[in-house]
Design a protein around this ligand. Structure first.
Ligand code: GLN
Length: 197
């Protein structure tokens, strides 16, 4: 099992520490050859798109010519986990922004849904199937609408904050910023299952 972590901007190092604690190997994707080398060697079983600033990561994906490669891998079934800005990049539609990026997950989302400045908070809530987990929100989006193939995994105050559609898992919050490993473990199990299908 080897997971690629998109390392262009934002909270990527925290994800590799979580995977390390789970005994899972990871590598950083900073440029096109990091990804193509891994793909050519059958060395990527999943991808994490971290939180950060979606507009910045989105621009770098184009500047570094990574956008189409990643989109095609996801469309071909590569398991992907997007946190916060990662969720924004995967969504089909952003309701308060006319930009959109990979558009691979049938969700409509709201950027900076909790306000720009004071929108950071911590709570605990249920993640379907794995129990109550800590959730750190930082100028987070939430999911305002899901397509029929999307499974809702967490809600906070009536808003959807985690969901899955086939090979795509997203959270509005940052599970990598708390010591609880359950969500990363859930993703790794998802990668294992999809690999063996
Ligand atoms: N507000 C950021 C954006 O719109 C996301 C914040 C985050 O990833 N913590 O891209």
């Amino acid at each position: 099992m080897k997971i690629g972590i998109l390392a262009l901007q934002g909270a990527f190092a925290e994800h590799s520490r979580m995977l390390e604690k789970l005994g899972v190997e990871s590598f950083e994707i900073r440029k096109k050859s990091d990804l193509t080398n891994a793909v050519n060697n059958n060395g990527i079983d999943g991808l994490i798109i971290p939180g950060g600033e979606s507009t910045v990561i989105g621009k770098l994906l184009y500047d570094l010519d990574l956008f189409d490669d990643i989109k095609n891998l996801i469309l071909n079934g590569l398991p992907v986990f997007g946190t916060c800005a990662g969720l924004i990049l995967l969504a089909k539609e952003i309701e308060n922004d006319n930009r959109s990026y990979f558009r691979v997950m049938d969700i409509k989302i709201r950027r900076n849904a909790y306000g720009r400045q004071l929108g950071s908070f911590f709570t605990k809530s249920e993640f379907k199937g794995i129990g109550v987990i800590p959730m750190t929100f930082i100028r987070a989006p939430y999911i305002s609408n899901v397509g029929e193939k999307v499974e809702i995994l967490s809600t906070v105050d009536g808003n959807i904050v985690a969901a899955r559609e086939n090979n795509i898992l997203v959270t509005s919050y940052h599970p990598e910023l708390n010591p609880d490993l359950k969500v990363h473990k859930f993703f790794i199990e998802m990668c294992n299952k999809l690999k063996n299908d």
